[in-house]
Design a protein around this ligand. Structure first.
Ligand SMILES: [Zn+2]
Length: 320
């Protein structure tokens, strides 16, 4: 992670103020950044905890909720709206109910840091069921707290460190850093290949996709199209695989969505296509998820024959 070296204090303040760098701002008018940071540091210190603990705890709780949501979505096979289900909330370790909203755009760190952890496209609400108390924060907060000792102030996104510690259950001296595991899944690379596409147009689209997703300047989509290995597939479906890229040719959308569960041993995450689909490109990547601290998560039993360890990602982080 890099920080923009040329960022001046005045420019930082300009970015933190309302309606400059973000709609709601990070620091309310009339508030002094250094004083806000000093007062929150004093609060944190008096509790005997650290910002790193708070950040780790947020990433654990939201990461577990995200994984439970992914499992639910796979088991549900898109019969119900995932967003309706998220509104109900996912329960982590019996006591933390997590709901969230995600947006199309990203908010980046006003300090100019780079990397996925310095971006947010989601706002979370975590409610501690046993007390009924909630906190609201953005996906950027773990980064703001751990790297900049900042919880915002004078804005709707202010996360009071004392309230956060109480609701999230952060105690002195405990290491809350999440443990991760991962496995391979196929992701839909793009939703191109609508009924209006010719094969030539599709090849051009696939080339752009491969360049983007693999970082290769000159990918060879024709090679993917022509020299892949034909995998056993349901009627009406042809799958060509080359390394970690694949092309799926289907006559109808539901041939893909309903029938293909695995390619080359890895689970396929059903893509959200619109309309009829003739071609779809996929790529295989790691799905990284947060392991439970306690074996107390409320688990949705998946349908079908998948093993729990093979559940794929569903929303977010399609491109790690
Ligand atoms: Zn930053």
């Amino acid at each position: 992670m890099k920080t923009t070296k040329t960022l001046t204090y005045d420019e930082l303040l300009r970015r933190l103020r309302q309606k400059t760098y973000s709609d709601d701002g990070f620091l309310g008018e009339g508030l002094d950044l250094k004083q806000v940071i000093a007062e929150d540091m004093a609060t944190i210190g008096a509790m005997g905890i650290t910002y790193q603990q708070l950040a780790d705890r947020i990433q654990y709780i939201t990461g577990r909720a995200d994984h439970l949501c992914n499992e639910w979505d796979l088991a549900n096979k898109r019969k119900e709206s995932i967003w309706d289900r998220i509104k109900e909330g996912f329960i982590v370790d019996k006591d933390w109910k997590v709901t969230w909203v995600s947006y199309c755009g990203y908010q980046d760190c006003p300090w100019g840091c780079e990397g996925r952890e310095a971006l947010s496209d989601s706002d979370y609400t975590v409610t501690r069921i046993s007390t009924g108390k909630s906190v609201f924060f953005s996906e950027l907060h773990p980064h703001l707290m751990a790297k900049h000792s900042f919880c915002e102030a004078g804005t709707p996104y202010r996360l009071d460190p004392k309230e956060a510690a109480a609701v999230l259950g952060v105690e002195p001296g405990v290491n809350y850093s999440p443990s991760y595991a991962s496995y391979k899944v196929w992701h839909c690379g793009c939703s191109s290949g609508g009924s209006g596409y010719t094969e030539e147009e599709y090849k051009e689209s696939l080339e752009r996709f491969l360049s983007w997703s693999t970082g290769t300047d000159k990918p060879k989509p024709r090679k993917v199209l022509e020299s892949g290995i034909n995998q056993p597939a349901p009627d009406g479906v042809t799958i060509k695989v080359l390394g970690d890229s694949a092309l799926v040719i289907t006559r109808k959308r539901d041939h893909f969505e309903d029938r293909i569960e695995k390619i080359d041993g890895s689970i396929v995450r059903s893509p959200n296509f619109c309309g009829e689909v003739s071609f779809s490109s996929l790529y295989r990547t790691d799905y990284k998820y947060v392991l439970p601290r306690a074996k107390e998560d409320v688990i949705v039993t998946p349908l079908g024959t998948f093993k729990r360890s093979e559940m794929p990602n569903v929303i977010g982080c399609l491109f790690p």
